[in-house]
Design a protein around this ligand. Structure first.
Ligand code: ING
Length: 328
């Protein structure tokens, strides 16, 4: 019996600074209801889906940003979403800023099953941007100031399959999909808030859409998994965010695509059994990633550049323009 899930990529339009959580949750509930009407088992919301992308601003005292974080999940503002999900029998994925009782701050996502129970939580590993105020930028990208990195990628038995999560910048790193794939992940859920303008290299601005689908599609294909990438999109406090949310099959094909920059649901029939067509053949990790071969390959520490070439490279190094983005 094939394991077919109906999945909705629930893209959100911008959330402005003045948009209070109850208004935002109403938008999430409306998208959830649209998903239920479309027969969805699972609705996937974006990264930081409860607030504006606040790492675009600097605050001198982190406590002044506390109101952007959730200290309980569900809390009073988000409980209506959980209640409606349980009433409708639809599960969801939700990204939000987490402040723990111990004072730790994470860029977090949760997986909620159709009975309203939280069955998985992930804290973002690849934190892009910088940790100090950089006035030269049109807007900041201070995720390294506002969040600590999570401790890794995990999978969860849910919705009749093996489900994993990642967040935004994670999707640009092949390790994300491979670490999930080695754990048997069949469906990776990835919310994102991606500014079109990339201050350290504006030449990339025009390529944001291409790069987004490039990494989602290659991650899906090279690891034989479904990948759902869901945006918070549109003009948010003067900052243009990429849309183009997509549901990508293990073949790498785009099975559903959002075509606006607003609140929009794109739905696909996700047949989890299609994964085996890739993980049991082309990308059979156990058959091809043999330790006796991979041990040697993965032990390499960077490219072995012949001494003469290295000397020539060192002679030609020139200082570059703006300071490199820290750890990006
Ligand atoms: N945002 C961006 C992302 O990785 C970024 C950061 C923007 C990187 C543009 C490169 C180019 O999609 C988050 N939130 O990670």
């Amino acid at each position: 019996m094939s394991r077919v899930l109906t999945v909705g990529a629930a893209q959100m339009g911008p959330i402005q600074l003045a948009d209070a959580r109850p208004e935002v949750v109403e938008r999430l509930v409306a998208l959830l209801r649209s998903g239920a009407a479309a027969g969805c088992d699972l609705v996937v919301f974006p990264e930081l889906a409860l607030t504006t992308f606040f790492p675009r601003w600097w605050v001198d005292d982190l406590a002044d940003a506390d109101h952007f974080y959730e200290t309980e999940m569900p809390g009073p503002d988000t409980r209506p979403l959980f209640d409606e999900a349980r009433r409708l029998g639809v599960g969801f994925h939700l990204g939000y800023a987490e402040l723990t009782s111990a004072g730790h701050r994470y860029n977090t996502a949760i997986l909620v099953e159709r009975d309203g129970s939280i069955v998985g939580r992930y804290r973002k590993v690849h934190l892009p941007g910088h940790s100090e105020h950089e006035p030269w930028r049109a807007f900041q990208h201070l995720e390294r100031y506002y969040f600590e990195a999570g401790d890794g990628f995990a999978v969860h038995g849910a919705f009749g399959g093996v489900v994993g999560m990642a967040i935004c910048n994670d999707r640009r790193w092949p390790e994300t999909y491979r670490v999930l794939g080695l754990q048997g992940c069949e469906l990776a859920l990835i919310g994102y808030n991606t500014p079109i303008h990339y201050a350290p290299d504006p030449a990339q601005d025009r390529l944001q859409g291409f790069h987004n689908h490039l990494v989602l599609q290659s991650g899906a294909y090279q690891n034989g998994m479904w990948v759902v990438g869901v945006a918070k999109a549109g003009e948010e406090e003067g900052c243009a965010l990429l849309g183009e949310s997509a549901i990508v099959a293990p073949s790498g094909e785009i099975a559903a695509l959002c075509t606006t920059d607003g609140d929009e649901l794109a739905v696909a029939e996700v047949d989890l059994d299609l994964c085996a067509g890739y993980t049991g053949t082309l990308f059979d990790f156990h058959r091809y990633r043999r330790p006796e071969v991979y041990g040697r390959i993965t032990a390499q520490r960077g490219p072995e550049v012949p001494a003469g070439v290295r000397a020539a490279l060192d002679d030609n190094v020139e200082s570059t323009a703006e300071p490199e983005e820290e750890g990006s």
